[in-house]
Structures are given as C-alpha cells and as structure tokens.
Design a protein around this ligand. Structure first.
Ligand SMILES: CN1c2c(nc(N)[nH]c2=O)NC[C@@H]1CNc1ccc(C(=O)N[C@@H](CCC(=O)N[C@@H](CCC(=O)N[C@@H](CCC(=O)O)C(=O)O)C(=O)O)C(=O)O)cc1
Ligand SMILES: N[C@@H](CCS)C(=O)O
Ligand SMILES: [Zn+2]
Length: 763
C-alpha cells in the first residue's frame, strides 16, 4: 500500500448530485431516486480512483450536505427539535442542514460556518444536556458494504471526536468534557464494527489539531483517544491531520497507539522539521501529504521527491504518498477545459489529474525503471512556465506610498459629513446587494454564453430586471437601494472575468455548501482593469430613483482568497494588484455619482493562518492595507460599506475596524448575538448592520421576530451607528421569500423607530 487520498469531490463531474438533490427538495425526485444517483456517483468515483491506481480508497467522504453533519448524525447528535418532526432519516438530516417549514411547523437550520481556512462550509453540531451519544447511523457502514461489493480497497473515513468537539456549540451549560466518555465509546464501537467488516484502515480526520492547542485541549485529545484506542482491534487507525502542522501535539500523537499519522507537508511545512527533530516510530505508517488538495497546479516532482527522500532517510517507518487535504477543494478534472490555451492547461491538475500525480510520484519514489520520463516531462513544464507580465501594473505598485493607504478626515468626522449628505432615517434599511438569481436570470446568461442572444439582448434583459427591482425596493420602503447584481454569475468569478490576468474554467465547480458550488477563477498573470466593470449597471439604477443606490464591488482579499492563486509570487503582490484595479473602479463609480460604495470582504476572516501567532505577519499585515488601498482616496462624503458573512469575527474586531470603512454589514442572525456584545465591548467605530434575516434558510422571519432582534441590538450598540439589513445577499432565495422578508424587516424597523421616537423624542 503506497498511495491514497484524504477524500474525493462528491458533487459529480457534471454536478449530478446538486441537480438530483435540488430536484428531491422540489419533490420532483423520490428519495429512492436520489439515493440511486448518489450510489452511482460513489461507484463512478471509486472506479476513477481505482483505475488511476490508487491503493487505498476513501469511503465515507461522500455526503449529501456536509461530513461533520454526517458524523453528528452517525453518533445521534441530533437536537430534539428535529427528531420531533418525525421525518425520515434523510429528511431529518436535510431539516438540520436547511431548516424546515411546513404549515405552522417551523424549525431553523443549524448554523453553518467556514471549514477552517477554506471556502467550504460545515454545519455546526449542537450539544445539550439531553444529547445522548451512541452509534446509531448506518451511512458509513452501508457505503463500506457498497464499496467492498465493488471490489474497492476501502479506507473508512470519519471526522474525529476532537475536531467534532472543537467545532460544535455547547448549550445549557454543557462543555466538551461532559461528552468525552460517551464519544470515546462510540468511536471505539465504530472501530469494532469496521473490524467485523475486515476494513484495513480507518482514517479519523482531525484538522483541528493543527489549530493552537492549549494544555487543557491536549488533555482532551489524549483522554478521547486513550478511550478509543484501548479496546483490542485489528482495523488500523490513521490520525489524519491537514491545513497545518501538528506542533502542539506531535509527541502525544506519536505516543498514542495510532497505526498511522497523516501529516500535511505543504500548508503544514513545519511538519518536516517536527519529523526530523523528533523522529517517527518505525511501528507506525506515515501518510505524507505532498500533493496539494487546495490548489490547481501541477505538482513539481523534483521538490516532492526531495522531501520524500529526506523523510525516507530520516525515518524507518513505511511512507504512504497522500494528498495534503481532501480533494473536495478542487474541481473534478481539467481534461475537459479545452477552451484554455494548451500552454496554460498543461499546468493544471484538478482532482483526477492529482490521482495520476500520486501514482507517478510513487513510481518515481520507488525508482521503477522507465519512469524517468515522468520526471523529465514534469521538470520541462516548470522550466518553461510563462506568466503574463504587465510592466504598467508593476510600475504602479512599486510606487505606492504610505499615504495611499490613509483615508482622511478620520472616520468620526466623515460619519458626521455623511449624515448631512444622505439624511437617512435612524436605523437605515438596506440589502447586501444581490436579489434572487431566478431561473430566467441564469437562463438569460446561459443563452448569452452559448451565443444564442446578442450582448445587447443580454444587457437589455438585465436592465429590465434592474428597473423592476429598483421599483420593488422603493415600494418595500428600503432606504439605500441596490441594482440587484443580476449581471453576476458569482461575486468573484464575475470580477475575475472582467479583470486581466485571470483564466476561467467551464466546469471547474467546487462545493461551497450543500448543493451550492463556486467556479473559482485562476490567477495566471499580472492583474489589471482594462475598462469599468460595474459602473453602467449602478448608474442605470441610480438614474431610476431619488434614493441613494449603493455601488457593489467584491474586495481584493475576497477575490484573492476565492480564486486559485499563483504560487510563484507572494500573496501580497497579487492582492495589491487586485486592489489597484478595484481602486480604479471605485474612482469611476464615484465620478459617476455613486456616493455609497460597498466593498464586500466575506472571505477576509477565513484565510487567517490557523495559528494565531502568524495572523499579523503572514496575513493581516497585507490584507488590511489592500482593502484600505481600494477606498482611501475617495471624498469624505462618499460612504464606504463593507460586508462579511459566515465567520466568527470576534477575534479580529480590531482588524475590521482598521479597514476604515464607514459601515459594515455582517451575519448575526443564524448563530447568536455574541458578536454584538464583543463589538460593544471593543468600542467598535464602524457603523454596523447586524443581519436580522437569515438568508440561508427558506424561513420568512416574522415582523415581531425582527422587531425583537432590533430591540436587542439597539440596547447594545450606539443607536446612531446601526443599520438594518439581511445577513447576506438574496441571490439564493426566491423572490417571494425575499420580498416578504424585506417587508417584515422594513415594517419592524419602522415600529422600532417610532417607539424610539416616543421614548426619546429624538426622532
Ligand atoms: C457568499 N458566498 C460565496 C462564496 N464564494 C464565492 N466564490 N461566491 C460566493 O458568493 N463563499 C461563501 C458563500 C457561499 N455561498 C454561495 C451561495 C450561492 C452559491 C450559488 O448559488 N452557486 C450556484 C452557482 C452560481 C453560478 O455560478 N451560476 C452561473 C452558472 C449557473 C449554471 O449552472 N448554469 C447552468 C444553466 C442554469 C439554468 O439554465 O437554469 C448551465 O450553464 O448549464 C450563472 O449564474 O451564470 C450553484 O448553483 O451552485 C454559491 C456559494
Ligand atoms: N454583495 C454580495 C455579497 C455576498 S457575500 C451579495 O449580495 O450576494
Ligand atoms: Zn455575504
């Protein structure tokens, strides 16, 4: 056994799982039909891996929504409110992931958060006093039976108890510690069940061990696994880590009776030093993560073989060549991207190409005769790489001065000037930018893409949409309007397509959450803006209304983080180039009369290094200036908004304030209001719009519910610095849900305004 991967993309080459699941939700497919599509996809994916020559194939990495939710359901960690609905297991699972509304019965979805520093999202499990952990799920075992029947050399995969506890929510005074014995017993039972099935390896994913681990957490880790590994078992247990290095618990991992340890030698480059300094026992197997699961570039064999050689010379343990993370984070295959120039495409390795790389590396590592050609071909590729160079871009970024990053006058003064400029009511209402991307909007774009309609027809359709949505927003009574973002396929891909220096795929889909995917653009050359991007749509909307229209841009850090970056230059260099391109767009919006401009940075938080000690130097020190560079030179009366969603911002509040935006909207409705307390405690200076409507759920929030939320918010934050808005864009919702929710928000705001008025006489 010499090669494996941590996991494989499950949505299907043509996103079959997405389409089937969404049909099932719309009741156009039965549960059985959906299960059949899923089984066929697993079969295809195992076959692809087997045919590529992978020795050990992950099973259990498939999911209808999210693997952490799967693990929670496997262990009966399902809140009572979902069980009470009396649904089938699959329907109960989806109720947790998406919420449930049927007549009078309504249950919210569990919160969703970013999976470490990726653009993938997990569902947050919930522990309460009545959580009764026991092995109840059958999904993992049924999938293993399926794989074994198909002659697959299966490696069972689950998310580990440490990561599960670390990422969960604990309510009713429970703590992680309360659940250790029950969790250990349940995982031990999983191993016993795998033993019965004669499964050779169980991969337990513990990426949370690559975060900073405190002394107490270290004890938790030891206690959990002492309980899990003590009973006698023949299935070997692999502790699989990724997204970083294992420095805090390396010794403990070696001491515990794991049969294998999986280390990420790319993002966790320090792992190599750990192995060299502390050794690695010959009795364990090292699963060496050397093929990048998070980028799309070909592996440079010379570098990888050097690392593998050093490892072989340092340790006597058997080494399995592995991907550095699950391949979930890359698209399925580059082979069908024929539209890309051959000299670019040859540098790409998506999931299926990475399988080939693992096999070739294995052959080279074992010095199999005749394999030298792989090495020569690979080396030639790297010797001849030519990224397009733009001298003007370099001249601009080389001449940046400190004051290019400083906005004047200071924010307090600007806020005053802006209040006079816009004369907005107290608690101004707005949206985050996108309105529902209804079927006709996507079809219009698909037709244009296929050449079935002209550019003029495409634009006319979108203009009609803009005109309609401006009117609807006026009718609803929102204070700051948007144009609706109908022209965008995605908030990052769209900008990538308009900027020079990016390349795009036709079918490079990567799962973001549930059935939703993104097609990240790929940064290939120096980045520049060749023409205005958003000005026409914003100005068109502005001319239809007397209310202010907010211009909408995606920020430099988010464009960078949600693209596949180059690896030959530093992130700072690329992100500065993107910031300069967006700065031009901000100036153009401003000079065309757009006085409120939102620069979205939902991905600012997610790419923070996993270890806090690296946050500033490795990330915030270039991310924050990049944002400031985009907007610092606008007029004091131009109001700069930003928006963030899906992350815990509590620990980067200062950095967010440092962005020096005038207003920020963020997600708050799906989790809780902890962040509002943190903002209050930190004396946060940016005006804040905490989301009062969870757009990730089909539920329409009742007016009284929103009113109660606003009442809570105004008790905690300064009244004149609060905005009222949903927690993210409305692109994934239906118009019916969106308009009804917005009406409730506006009405609730009006009520709060008048009660404030009565009590304070201030309004
Ligand atoms: C805010 N979020 C985003 C993240 N990352 C991004 N890069 N972008 C984001 O917006 N990360 C965090 C969150 C994640 N949230 C989401 C939310 C919604 C989606 C989503 O809706 N994805 C869509 C695909 C959107 C898209 O690119 N559409 C294209 C092409 C659509 C398509 O498949 N067209 C079909 C025809 C369709 C038809 O006829 O009806 C085709 O071409 O065959 C477009 O609009 O043109 C999804 O469906 O998954 C993602 C992340
Ligand atoms: N302006 C974007 C932000 C999403 S994070 C939208 O409204 O969809
Ligand atoms: Zn958002």
């Amino acid at each position: 056994m010499t090669t494996t991967i941590i996991g494989f993309p499950r949505i299907g080459q043509q996103r079959e799982l997405k389409f089937a699941t969404e049909k099932y939700w719309r009741k156009q497919l039965t549960q059985n039909e959906l299960l059949q599509v899923a089984a066929q996809l697993r079969k295809n994916h195992w076959k692809v891996q087997q045919e590529a020559g992978l020795d050990l194939i992950p099973v259990g990495d498939f999911s209808f929504f999210d693997n952490l939710l799967d693990t929670a359901n496997l262990l009966n960690i399902v809140p009572k409110r979902y069980k009470r609905l009396g649904l089938s297991p699959l329907a109960e699972y989806f109720a947790q992931a998406r919420g449930y509304q049927q007549g009078e019965v309504a249950v919210k979805a569990l919160p969703m958060k970013k999976w470490f520093n990726t653009n993938y999202h997990y569902i947050v499990p919930e522990f309460t006093t009545d959580t009764d952990i026991k092995l109840v799920g059958d999904k993992l075992f049924a999938e293993l039976d399926e794989a074994l029947k198909q002659g697959i050399n299966a490696k069972a995969v689950v998310i580990g108890p440490y990561t599960l506890l670390k990422l969960s929510r604990f309510l009713e005074d429970t703590t992680a510690k309360n659940f250790v014995p029950a969790l250990s017993a349940a995982y031990a039972e999983i191993i016993a069940r795998l033993d019965q099935k004669k499964i050779d390896w169980l991969q337990i994913d513990e990426p949370a061990l690559c975060l900073d681990v405190t002394a107490t957490e270290k004890e938790l880790f030891k206690e959990l696994y002492t309980g899990i590994l003590t009973p006698k078992h023949t299935t070997k247990v692999l502790l699989q880590t990724y997204f970083g290095d294992l420095r805090d618990v390396y010794q403990e991992a070696l001491t515990l009776p794991f049969d294998g340890i999986g280390l990420d030698f790319l993002e966790g480059s320090y792992n190599a030093e750990l192995v060299e300094k502390n050794g690695f026992p010959a009795t364990k197997t090292l699963f060496a993560g050397v093929v990048n699961g998070k980028n799309v570039w070909r592996n440079h064999y010379v570098t990888t073989l050097k690392l593998l050689k050093e490892l072989t010379q340092t340790i006597a343990a058997p080494i399995v060549i592995n991907s550095s993370t699950s391949l979930l984070h890359v698209p399925y295959s580059a082979a069908t991207e024929e539209q890309l120039p051959a000299d670019v495409r040859q540098h790409l390795a998506f999931a299926t190409e990475k399988l080939v790389e693992l096999k070739e590396l294995d052959a080279l590592k074992h010095d199999k005769i005749g394999n030298q050609q792989f090495l020569e071909k690979n080396d030639a590729l790297f010797a001849n790489v030519k990224h397009p160079y733009n001298a003007a871009v370099h001249a601009q970024s080389d001449h940046l001065q400190p004051n290019d990053y400083e906005r004047t006058p200071e924010r307090k003064e600007r806020q005053q000037l802006q209040k006079e400029e816009f004369k907005l009511p107290l608690l101004p209402t707005t949206t985050i930018g996108s309105f529902p991307q209804t079927r006709d909007v996507r079809q219009n774009r698909a037709k244009f893409r296929k050449g079935e309609i002209t550019r003029a027809q495409y634009d006319k359709f979108n203009e009609e949409k803009i005109a309609r949505i401006v009117k609807i927003q006026e009718e609803i009574g929102l204070d700051v309007l948007v144009h609706g973002e109908y022209e965008r396929n995605d908030m990052v891909e769209y900008f990538g397509e308009k900027l020079d220096g990016f390349i795009f795929t036709k079918n490079g889909w990567v799962q973001s959450y549930g059935t939703r995917g993104v097609k990240p653009p790929i940064i290939w050359g120096d980045i520049s803006r060749t023409a205005p991007i958003t000005v026409a749509a914003s100005v068109f909307a502005k001319n239809l209304t007397a209310k202010p229209v907010k211009g909408m841009l995606t920020g430099p850090v988010t464009i960078f983080n949600w693209s596949f970056p180059r690896e030959d230059i530093a992130p700072k260099e690329t992100v500065t180039q993107i910031a300069l391109a967006l700065q031009g767009e901000v100036f153009d919006l401003e000079s065309n009369g757009i006085k409120i401009i939102q620069i979205d940075e939902p991905a600012l938080r997610e790419n923070l290094p996993l270890r806090k000690s690296n946050w500033n130097q490795e990330y915030l020190d270039w991310a924050v200036p990049a944002f400031r560079l985009v907007h610092s030179k606008v007029a004091p009366t131009t109001q700069i908004h930003t928006h963030m969603c899906y992350s815990e911002f509590g620990d980067i509040i200062d950095a967010i304030d440092q962005l020096d935006a005038d207003v920020i909207s963020f997600e708050a409705s799906r989790a809780d209001f902890t962040l509002i307390d943190q903002l209050a405690a930190a004396d946060f200076q940016t005006e804040v719009g905490p989301g009062v409507y969870d757009i990730h759920s089909p539920r329409i929030p009742a007016e009284e519910e929103v009113e109660a939320l606003i009442e809570q918010i105004i008790k905690k934050l300064p009244l004149d610095r609060i905005w009222i808005n949903p927690d993210c864009g409305l692109k994934t919702r239906s118009e019916e849900e969106s308009f009804a929710s917005l009406r409730n928000i506006v009405e609730a705001t009006r009520k709060v305004r008048s009660s404030v008025n009565e009590t304070n006489g201030a309004f």
